[in-house]
Design a protein. Structure first.
Length: 288
């Protein structure tokens, strides 16, 4: 079964609704609320699959692509207007990998039609939602669902290959590390003893990607940057040397020879073979 496109589990959702009822609260309606009625919505577009897409506010920039990690705020309602979930109440947008089956098909299709900062209404027929099964006792069988969604962010996805650079672009250190700044940072400088937070992608020298922090470990999960203290020996020597001197906001490519990586042992149960030269692209997010 496809994952429920909500951070709450069905049991938690039922509990929240029961608590609202016990307190005498009214279950709010989402389609359309007063704020939505004031928006100059575009004409509905019905896609070949049956999804109805209504742009409420245009976004900017490119559309997200399959494989991108997106952050989405949403309110979801049944056809009678009963709201069954609302990420705004938790101030916690949902983050997921677009096109990976983490959410219902209507979401994968509808979010791909948006741009960063845009808002839209998705009217999703049951065959693009939970079909004849329903979900969690909250969404009945064969339910048409209405979502008001906001594409909060499109996060940088891991590149398929490292950027190709001329040999003259690299600085080579006495230990044999090569590095090149792809984007210079302007924030705090990483120095030994500081705790740094990075996003990274690593490739073998033949272009095979073996690891990245830019893809969640599961399609319906969050990106997880890597955090460590420079100089503590918790990472390979090539990282210790190559990240030192970076500034927050910077993106740097490292070409790490085996003696500054995993040497003749390799690593990762065969992911990194013995004697491998590794290429990393590292973004420095935070120094503290």
């Amino acid at each position: 079964m496809k994952s429920f496109p909500l951070p709450l589990t069905a049991s938690a959702l039922l509990l929240a609704l029961a608590l609202l009822a016990a307190c005498g609260a009214q279950t709010p309606a989402v389609a359309p609320g007063p704020a939505a009625e004031r928006r100059p919505a575009a004409l509905p577009t019905v896609t070949p699959s049956g999804l109805t897409f209504i742009e409420l506010e245009p976004g900017i920039g490119p559309h997200p692509r399959p494989g991108d990690v997106v952050d989405v705020h949403y309110r979801g309602a049944l056809a009678d207007g009963t709201e069954f979930d609302n990420s705004h109440l938790r101030d916690d947008p949902l983050q997921f990998v677009l096109g990976a089956g983490a959410v219902i098909p209507g979401w994968d299709e509808g979010i791909a039609l948006m741009r960063r900062g845009g808002k839209a209404r998705l009217i999703i027929p049951p065959e693009l939602a939970y079909g004849a099964r329903g979900a969690g006792g909250v969404i009945p069988p064969n339910a048409t669902l209405t979502f008001e969604v906001e594409l909060v962010d499109i996060r940088r996805s891991p590149p398929a290959a490292p950027q190709a650079l001329e040999a003259s672009a690299y600085v080579t250190t006495p230990g044999g590390l090569k590095y090149a700044d792809l984007e210079p940072g302007t924030g705090a400088e990483a120095q030994p003893g500081a705790t740094v937070v990075v996003h990274y992608t690593g490739w073998l020298n033949d272009g095979t990607r073996f690891e990245t922090s830019l893809l969640p470990t599961r399609p319906l999960a969050r990106q997880k940057p890597y955090e460590f203290r420079l100089g503590d020996g918790k990472v390979i020597p090539g990282w210790e040397e190559g990240i030192t001197g970076m500034r927050v906001g910077g993106l740097r490519q490292l070409v790490v020879p085996p003696e500054l990586a995993y040497g003749d042992q390799g690593a990762g149960e065969g992911k990194v073979p013995p004697g491998a030269t590794l290429v990393f692209e590292i973004e420095l997010l935070e120094v503290r």
